[in-house]
Design a protein around this ligand. Structure first.
Ligand code: NI
Length: 239
């Protein structure tokens, strides 16, 4: 074996040992160097009803420290109160979604009003973050979806709901999530409550110890080979 061939063999053996060959890898858009290997356990944390100063910023600090990413479904009329936090979400690799302009139940208004609720928030988001970031995915308030064909974007529900808005109890909320979470779960929180921020960060700690990775909803679908379709409602990472 020549020197070059020996060197090549050594490099190949090294890559095999590191597990870098033969794995189906998905690139992470927030960081071109990182990868999301198949065969790992992934979940998506989602946060509704923000942004809110005092809670959302504390959550962003915690997620950054723990190297976890999440998805934020924002209420359009609140964006102007904390545009810096929305910019920070984008910069730190989180996914940003639309939760309507004024948290309307989309099955209780006319189709025109519903579209207006969605469009106003989309316009606020693209004005702040740039056209290239849109269109942003939709989480319809209360999970009520009357306009599947007209939403124009993929829609996201959830598979784990600890009802954090109801109990506002860190331990109860944390426990409710840990009891139900499994690979590909989409977990619902509201980052407007301090208790929910504490619970979400405790969930990150506990599930990271079990080998879970925290990714955005978009990444979770991609890892599962799901191609997001406009008008379709996704409840878990595999559909
Ligand atoms: Ni909501």
């Amino acid at each position: 074996m020549g020197q070059r061939a020996r060197m090549l063999a050594t490099v190949l053996m090294g890559l095999l040992c590191l597990g870098l060959l033969g794995r189906d890898e998905v690139s992470l858009p927030a960081d071109g160097d990182a990868a999301l290997p198949a065969g790992e356990k992934y979940v998506a944390l989602t946060f509704d009803d923000g942004p809110k100063r005092g809670t959302t910023d504390r959550l962003l600090d915690g997620l950054k420290q723990k190297r976890a990413t999440a998805t934020f479904f924002l209420i359009g009329q609140q964006i102007a109160q904390a545009p810096d936090l929305v910019l920070r979400m984008e910069e730190e690799g989180h996914q940003i979604g639309n939760h309507t302009w004024s948290h309307q139940r989309l099955d209780s208004v006319t189709p025109e009003e519903a579209l207006c609720e969605i469009r106003q928030t989309e316009e606020a988001l693209t004005a702040l973050l740039g056209e290239q970031t849109g269109p942003h995915w939709l989480r319809p308030p209360y999970g009520q979806v009357p306009l599947e064909a007209e939403a124009g974007v993929p829609m996201v529900k959830w598979s784990v709901d600890p009802r954090d808005w109801e109990s506002r109890d860190v331990k109860k909320v944390t426990q409710a999530v840990l009891e139900c979470a499994e690979p590909n779960s989409i977990i619902l929180f509201h980052d407007i409550y301090s208790t929910s921020v504490d619970a979400a960060l405790a969930v990150v700690d506990a599930l990271q110890k079990e080998g879970y990775w925290f990714v955005t909803v978009e990444e979770l679908l991609r890892i599962n080979g799901v191609i997001p379709q406009a008008g379709t409602l996704y409840r878990t990472g595999n559909g």
